[in-house]
Design a protein around this ligand. Structure first.
Ligand code: MLT
Length: 323
């Protein structure tokens, strides 16, 4: 009997102890954002983290761990102890597309537990101001007429901006040369500076630059115009019917995180999304709140699986080469 108790205690100590749900949280929590500071993922994560600490009663930190289309950061988060103190922030790119582009060394569904679906936004086709095109049709014609492929900034192979670029190539037959960055925050700096020709970017990342006139916006990849950018036509209106893509984000934790801890984290995320000041900040960026009936951990899990089934065939057919 003593031997069995000793073995059990050893196992618990060896695996960092059992996460104490009743004492959670008792120290700061870290949200790992797999892209560079200043980009759309980072901005959303920081807005939510600030409000989540009110519900959790502990500081919620944001750590940017970048590279390989976001897969470095996701890998770091999911290899952390399943104790609720490390959260993986991600989206359609990192928690769906990455699995079709990289040999990840982890399972996007099997190695993560879903926590909560976060706001979403369409993509927007944007270019540097020097591009001699005023409409999406003129931009596509300009891209096709260029002797060398137009340069398109992305957050790396398998990122949302990269998938959106592949989609644009698929639907138009145009060819792009992708320029990878550690996030679309740094990519935006180069677009404004005219160092790259265009991006298919999250609306939330481009909207303020379009409003300021430092870049040109052509169309949003949605069936209806964004309320916060109602002067920007949809791709349907702009001559590319059916080019629809919604980039949704979410929170996950390592597999086997205690259910009570997942519930606490889900409550903190949901409280943040229901906070009027947070909603105003996010909606001003063109982000739409998730439907109330999609806020459970299981709803995010079901959604992620459905998006994998939807996107993997197109991404795999693109035969993306990653170095
Ligand atoms: C993406 O393109 O995957 C994201 O917009 C990158 C980012 O959030 O910086």
């Amino acid at each position: 009997m003593r031997r069995a108790i000793l073995a059990a205690l050893t196992a618990i100590l060896a695996f960092g102890g059992i996460a104490r749900a009743d004492k959670f949280p008792s120290r700061p929590i870290t949200i790992v954002v797999p892209f560079a500071a200043g980009g759309p993922s980072d901005v959303m994560a920081r807005i939510l983290a600030e409000r989540m600490k009110t519900t959790l009663g502990e500081t919620v930190l944001v750590e940017n761990v970048t590279g390989a289309g976001g897969s470095i950061g996701v890998g770091r988060a999911l290899r952390s102890p399943p104790d609720g103190y490390t959260i993986s922030f991600g989206h359609l790119g990192t928690h769906v597309a990455n699995g079709a582009v990289y040999k990840l060394g982890y399972d996007l569904v099997g190695d993560l537990d879903p926590v909560a679906l976060l706001p979403s936004n369409p993509m927007i086709v944007v270019s540097k101001n020097a591009v001699p095109a005023k409409t999406l049709g003129e931009l596509i014609a300009w891209i096709k007429a260029k002797p060398a492929p137009a340069t398109a900034g992305t957050a790396g192979a398998g990122s949302g901006s990269h998938i959106a670029g592949l989609y644009l190539e698929n639907i138009t037959g145009a060819k792009l040369q992708y320029v990878p960055y550690r996030g679309t925050g740094p990519a935006m700096n180069d677009l404004v500076a005219g160092q790259i020709d265009l991006m298919v970017d999250q609306l939330s990342n481009s909207i303020n630059q379009v409003r300021a006139g430092t870049i040109r916006g052509y169309a949003v990849t949605d069936t209806r115009r964004a309320e916060s950018a109602s002067d920007i036509p949809t791709t349907d209106e702009a001559g590319l019917p059916g080019f629809h893509m919604t980039l949704w984000s979410g929170l996950w934790v390592p597999k086997n995180t205690p259910k009570e801890i997942v519930t606490r984290l889900n409550a903190a995320a949901t409280d943040a999304l229901n906070d009027p000041a947070v909603r105003k900040q996010l909606e001003n960026l063109g982000l739409a709140m998730p439907p109330k009936d999609k806020l459970t951990p299981a709803a995010l899990g079901d959604w992620q699986k459905a998006e994998i089934a939807k996107w993997w065939p197109m991404i795999k057919a693109a035969n993306v080469k990653v170095d």
